[in-house]
Design a protein around this ligand. Sequence first.
Ligand code: ZN
Length: 265
Amino acid sequence: MDDLAVTFVDRGRVQADRNFVVDGHSVATASDRDPEHEYETYVVWNLVVETPEMTVLWDTGSHPEAGDGYWPTPLYEVFAHVDADEHALPADLEDVGYSVDDIDAIVMSHLHLDHAGGLHNFAGTDVPIYVHREELPYAYYSANTDQGSIAYLDHDFNRDLNWEIVHGDSYHLTDGIELLHLPGHTPGLMGAFIDRPDQPLLVVGDEAYVEANYAGQSMATSLLWNNGAWKESLERCRDRQRATEAEVLLGHDLSVFEDVSGSEA
Ligand SMILES: [Zn+2]
C-alpha cells in the first residue's frame, strides 16, 4: 500500500539473564559446573501505523513506575525495565511526532506487563483496544488467581477500556494491516502482516524475543504457555516471511529493532 507508514517508537531497555530468553543458554554440566551467565539488554518498542482509515498504536509498553514497585519485585528482579520512568507513553509518542489523541485504535499483541502498561492512558475513552479472544480471559485469570502466568497485572488492563475482540487465525484490521493469531508465548498472542510500500513488515513480536528464538531455540519455559503451539506459530511466521520476503520485527531483540527501525541508539 502506497499510503501506509510505520513509525517505530523506542520504549526503553530491559535487562535480563539470557537464560530467560533462550532456554538452556548457559546451564551447568558435568564438565562445566560454573558456566558464565550473560546479562543482556533488550528493547521494548511500540509502533504507530498510519493508514488512510486510521492511526493505529501497536502495544503500549511498560508502566512508567515499573521499577518503583508497580511491578512485583520478584518479577522486576528477573526482567528489569531499567528506564521505564523515562519512557511514559505520551512523551515517547511526542518524540516521534504523535500525541495520545492522534491514536484511533490500539492493537494489543498480548497483555503482558511490558505491553499493557500504557493502557491507562486510554481509560475512559472510546479508542477501541483490539485484543484476541484467547488473551483477555487468560490475562484476567492469571492476574487474579495463583494460576496461569505471573506476567499479567490486573491494574494494567482491568480498567474502563473499549475492548474489541479479535477472533480466528487472521483478522483484517484495515487495508494494509492483517492481524495474525500466534498462540504459544501466550494463548492470544497476535503478530501482524503490515503491507508497507517498499517492503512488507512481519511483526513476529513476542513469538520470538530474539533472533535465536526465530531460528528455533525456544524461550525459557516460564515464557511459554504452550510449546507445541509456539512451534506451529513459528512455522507460520517463517512460511509467511518466505512467501512475502517481508522484513521481520522480533519482540525484544535490540539489534534487530535498530536495523528495522533505522535507529542508532
Ligand atoms: Zn510477553
